[in-house]
Design a protein around this ligand. Structure first.
Ligand code: DGL
Length: 276
């Protein structure tokens, strides 16, 4: 039993899409979340920059006493998982890609045509394709970077024609020409446009890694006998830029959740200081 909080982080608000799943599945757990809203998006940045930012944030979470880290960001998982694991050998660091790739490969039927969408960095890494095909060689995997989705989502431009046109710009030919039957949301921001995708492409099976990673987290906490029984802390959500958009999105995401959340604006200088 371990009542310490679980650390989650993302480049911005995308990783928040994991939290309602956690709260439903493991209501006794508490979270410290960090969204790097001042430096988002990560998905078009250099790998060395993403690693530097990720280690800085993880240091901060470790300094806050987390018992486990979930990388609630595909871009960071694709680029920095090994570095994060070797920096904290006594802490479990869960990446979001491997659990999602495994679940996708296991659920896919013979000849399934799987589409993976994500940031430029995630798609360029080829990691989903590699991880899915290593587990199921009877499927085909197609990938597409959709770099305009994250800035629009961070701006709250979701339930309208601009988002739908952007989705169609990236995906109409991709889905149609490749006869995609399953679509993996390979960026934690994308569950926020899931209903747009479902109405534009009604036949697709959608895979949401933000939900799947919680299965893995639960198993790991059980194996380590580290589930919380009676936590005393509040959930705390930090952002490097506590913008109006971030707060509005939190309202949207937690609309149905009977939880109190506490927000803190965090200066990057403070993150560095506290991470020491
Ligand atoms: N949410 C992040 C992911 O899952 C990426 C967003 C970004 O480009 O910063 O990849």
């Amino acid at each position: 039993m371990n009542n310490s909080p679980i650390g989650f982080f993302d480049s911005g608000l995308g990783g928040l899409t994991c939290i309602p799943h956690l709260m439903k599945r493991l209501p006794g757990e508490r979270v410290i979340y960090f969204g790097d809203t001042a430096r988002t998006p990560y998905g078009s940045k250099a790998v060395s920059t993403i690693r530097f930012f990720s280690l800085e944030i993880a240091d901060f979470l470790v300094h806050k006493g987390v018992k486990h880290i979930v990388i609630a960001c595909n871009t960071v998982s694709a680029t920095s998982l090994t570095e994060l694991r070797s920096r904290y050998p006594n802490l479990t660091v869960t990446g979001i890609i491997e659990p999602a790739a495994e679940a996708t490969a296991n659920a896919a039927g013979e000849g399934s045509r799987i589409g993976v969408i994500g940031t430029k960095v995630t798609i360029r890494s080829g990691i989903y394709e590699k991880e899915i095909k290593a587990r199921n060689s009877r499927v085909q995997v197609f990938s597409k970077a959709c770099p305009a989705f994250v800035p629009l989502i961070e701006e709250g431009i979701i339930n309208n024609e601009i988002m739908n046109l952007t989705i169609r710009y990236y995906l109409d030919e991709f889905v149609g020409n490749n006869k995609i039957d399953t679509l993996v949301l390979g960026c934690t921001h994308y569950p926020l446009i899931r209903s747009n995708l479902e109405s534009l492409y009604p036949g697709l099976t959608i895979v949401d890694p933000s939900e799947i990673v919680i299965d893995t987290l639960e198993r790991e906490l059980r194996e380590q006998n580290a589930l919380a029984c009676c936590p005393t802390l509040d959930n705390t959500f930090y952002a490097s830029d506590l913008s109006e958009n971030f707060l509005n999105m939190i309202d949207t995401i937690f609309e149905a959740e009977p939880v109190k959340v506490k927000f803190k604006n965090f200066d990057l200088e403070d993150v560095r200081m506290e991470g020491k």
